[in-house]
Write a protein that binds this ligand. Structure first.
Ligand SMILES: *Cc1c(COP(=O)(O)O)cnc(C)c1O
Length: 481
């Protein structure tokens, strides 16, 4: 009975929501869900997602410009989130054949779907073209494919051109994606349009999606594309939108000082070869080589002051050198539609992952290892390690053990490296078999993006929760369909 946040003092306390706490208070319900659906389960709170969408809409409405938000569904597999996106009046960014096909089936149309895949197969382009979906083109071969498919279908296709290689403060931003900004405009003018090689393509917009999290780089890229859109329009191209992609920073943590403290402690631990902070002294990217601390933290920057709408505001209100108007004002004056494709940031606070404790053991170093029915691929992002403190849902009454117990959570893969959290977690009491461990804010990438079926483990089940006012009951949770 009762639940606690791991590392209650001096940890990395995640931002949590009321719906999560209400659920933890009714752990019997969670137990019955795990009993039915297996461990781990992913729970998605749809009202939170809907509220987040509304906050983004409110933000853009204040600028009084044309805009469209496309939820980047690659960040999470659930259909319910696609359905909610349409219900909330936003679009969906698809990045594979199956994402596109399923999104169409869920009610998407040419008005609210775009296709931005990194690799576009013939079947993808064919499906998009048949349904008049705008395709973001990345290279000349894609133009060729789109041209030939459009010709076969006897129609034209709307496209956006992905641009990269922006020069920011004298430095060119490399990307493997898109047309380089130095050649893109000439390419379009020489080859796309009436009487040209790609006469079936109608360039409706310009697009970028930048790596990293610099608002300045995005602001500069947007400014560059507003200029380019203008020049292309004067040549007769019906440029209607500029799409600035996703990558909007999100904040996961309650406290900046905890985050700074953690990074300092980690560096010191690596320098001193200490194992107090992480599993077997894992440096999480830092290494101590020939007397020097090297490497960088291999993790998402979990704390951010400039996140979500503040992040977007910096991009929108940026004024490029020698220009009297902000990006937002320029977009409005030139009647350009601004588009964004947020994945992770729209999913903030929407999901949690809960797993069951299967065994406890003390290793040869005297450390407690808590084995969960879950594996490392079910809590992973491209930026590697998940670092937030989990919540522990105890079946028994919590009795403070002295000293407090320190544990690591281990996973089901036959790999020494399957340590679900590399950070040591301090708890008031050793978890018992069948107790539940909840990982917070996992809906954006963490629960799905790298999940595999190694060992033939089944993929985790995805549940949707509408969050009623009363006590959460088992029947309030439905499989995502
Ligand atoms: C991944 C991706 C997104 C979404 O990025 P987030 O970081 O989840 O916001 C949007 N657009 C493109 C082209 C992408 O590759």
């Amino acid at each position: 009975m009762g639940y606690v946040q791991g590392n209650e003092n001096d940890g990395l306390a995640p931002v949590t929501s009321a719906w999560m706490h209400k659920l933890f208070e009714h752990s019997k319900t969670v137990e019955s869900l795990i009993a039915e659906y297996g461990s781990p389960i992913n729970i998605h709170h749809i009202p939170t997602f809907a509220n987040k969408i509304d906050s983004f809409k409110d933000f853009f409405n204040k600028y009084d410009l044309r805009y469209q938000i496309f939820y980047a569904r690659k960040a999470n597999k659930c259909r319910s989130l696609v359905k909610q996106s349409f219900k909330s009046g936003i679009g969906v960014d698809t990045a594979s054949y199956r994402e596109l096909k399923q999104t169409l089936k869920l009610g998407g149309t040419s008005k609210n779907i775009i296709l931005t895949s990194a690799i576009k197969t013939t079947s993808q382009i064919n499906l998009a073209a048949k349904n008049n979906i705008t395709i973001i083109l990345d290279n000349q071969d894609e133009c060729r494919m789109a041209q030939s498919i459009a010709k076969k279908l006897g129609k034209k296709v709307d496209v956006g051109i992905r641009i990269s290689g922006f020069v920011v403060q004298g430095e060119k931003l490399y990307s493997r994606f898109g047309f380089d900004i130095d050649v893109a405009e000439k390419f379009v003018m020489d080859l796309i349009g009436q009487g040209k090689k790609f006469d079936r393509l109608v360039v409706k917009g310009l697009h970028f999606h930048l790596d990293g999290y610099s608002t300045f780089q995005r602001a500069k890229a947007l400014s560059d594309l507003i200029f380019m859109a203008n020049r292309l329009r004067t040549k007769g191209y019906p440029i209607d939108f500029i799409d600035i992609g996703g990558g909007i920073l999100m904040n996961y943590l309650e406290s900046e000082s905890q985050w700074e403290q953690f990074k300092n402690n980690l560096k010191n631990a690596v320098k001193n070869g200490s194992e107090v902070l992480t599993f077997n002294g894992d440096g999480l990217g830092y290494q101590f080589i020939s007397g020097k601390l090297q490497g960088t933290l291999q993790a998402y920057p979990y704390f951010n002051k400039i996140h979500e709408l503040i992040f977007l505001k910096e991009i929108m209100e940026h004024k490029d050198e020698n220009i009297n108007y902000s990006n937002a004002e320029r977009l409005k004056k030139q009647d350009l539609e601004l588009r964004i494709e947020p994945g992770r940031s729209l999913l903030n606070q929407t999901g949690i992952t809960i797993a069951k404790v299967i065994h406890r053991k003390m290793d040869a170093k005297g450390q407690w290892l808590i084995g969960l029915e879950m594996n490392m691929s079910q809590l992973k992002s491209s930026s590697r390690d998940f670092l937030l403190d989990p919540y522990i849902l105890y079946k028994k009454e919590i009795k403070l053990e002295k000293p407090a117990v320190e544990v690591f959570f281990t996973g089901a893969y036959c790999l020494e490296s399957d340590i679900l959290l590399k950070r040591k977690v301090t708890l008031p009491m050793l978890p018992g078999n069948g107790d539940l461990i909840a990982f917070i804010n996992t809906a954006g990438y963490m629960m799905h993006f790298f999940e595999t079926e190694a060992h033939l483990f089944e993929l985790s089940k995805n549940l949707v929760y509408m969050g009623t006012d009363g006590t959460p009951k088992k029947s309030d949770f439905l499989l995502d369909e």
